[in-house]
Ligand binder design. Structure first.
Ligand code: FES
Ligand code: FES
Length: 165
């Protein structure tokens, strides 16, 4: 690897700005997990099949394993660590807990972030809309039924917190 194959990018992650020196082949997933220690974003297939690495890029769910770090310079990423913490869970995290939406939990951050993008755009989705929004995420534990129920419950929690006119 030559010095010329490196570049400096700025990247906002969970509302915090970072200036990072990255190498050209590095993926966003590598930067998040191995440079920033944000290991909530999971590496599953590493080839755009499982969705375990899903993060929000400017609010849109993307596979972090398929984005080069150089592609995301200047943009804003949200990972599962950016949604809430143990004391202040995001409604989606609370709903997954309440509805047993995780079994082994490896797929859960990706599902939660795909669902977050959906609910931000469509706070009252139908089951079909939920299924479509989560179609890029796989769960090897086959917890799909409970995952769908968790997203429905999160929509309910959000509507109770912010009643629509
Ligand atoms: S690890 Fe990125 S899609 Fe599977
Ligand atoms: S809960 Fe285990 S892979 Fe989904």
């Amino acid at each position: 690897m030559t010095a010329s194959s490196k570049a400096t990018i700025t990247l906002t992650v969970n509302h915090q700005a970072h200036r990072l020196e990255v190498e050209h082949p590095w993926t966003l997933l590598h930067v998040l997990r191995d440079l920033l220690d944000l290991t909530g974003t999971k590496r599953g297939c590493d080839r755009a099949e499982c969705g375990a690495c899903t993060v929000l890029l400017d609010g849109v769910p993307v596979y972090a394993c398929q984005m080069l770090a150089l592609q995301v310079g200047g943009r804003a990423v949200v990972t599962i660590e950016g949604l809430g913490d143990v004391q202040h869970l995001d409604p989606l995290q609370q709903a997954f807990l309440d509805n047993d939406g995780a079994q082994c939990g490896y797929c859960t951050p990706g599902f939660v972030l795909s669902a977050k993008a959906l609910l931000d755009q469509n706070p009252d989705p139908t089951e079909l809309e939920i299924r479509r929004a989560l179609s890029g995420n796989l769960c090897r534990c086959n917890a799909y039924g409970r995952i769908i129920e968790s997203v429905k419950a999160a929509a309910q929690l959000l509507s109770e917190a912010q009643p629509r006119p």
